[in-house]
Unconditional design. Structure first.
Length: 102
C-alpha cells in the first residue's frame, strides 16, 4: 500500500472513530444564514445527510430531539478540551506545516 493510500485509510478510520467518540457531546451548530443552535450531538446517518441532536436550543425555542440536515449545517463546534486522537508520523509533519503557514 502506498503512503497516500495508508494516509487515506488512517483518515477514514479515525473520522469514523471520532464520530463515535463525539456521541453525547455538547456542540454548537452554525446553520445556513449564520443561525447558531446548540445541543447534544447524538449520531449521524450513515451517509452523513442528517445529524441527530438532543436538547436542541434555537432562537425560536427548544426541541427535545431533532434531526438537522447536513446541507443546512455550515460548521459544528464540539465542546471538547483535548485532542481525541494522536496523529501518526506521516500526518504530524503535514499538520505542523499547515499550522505554520496560517
Amino acid at each position: 500500500m502506498s503512503s497516500d493510500e495508508e494516509t487515506r485509510v488512517w483518515l477514514r478510520e479515525h473520522f469514523l472513530r471520532t464520530l463515535t467518540k463525539l456521541n453525547g457531546m455538547e456542540a454548537v451548530f452554525t446553520m445556513y444564514q449564520n443561525i447558531t443552535v446548540t445541543g447534544q450531538y447524538e449520531c449521524s446517518s450513515a451517509d452523513l445527510k442528517y445529524f441527530h441532536v438532543s436538547g436542541l436550543t434555537t432562537p425560536l425555542g427548544n426541541c427535545k430531539q431533532s434531526l438537522l440536515r447536513s446541507s443546512d449545517v455550515i460548521s459544528i463546534d464540539f465542546k471538547t478540551k483535548s485532542c481525541l486522537f494522536s496523529l501518526p508520523t506521516v500526518l504530524t509533519s503535514v499538520s505542523k506545516d499547515c499550522t505554520q503557514n496560517q
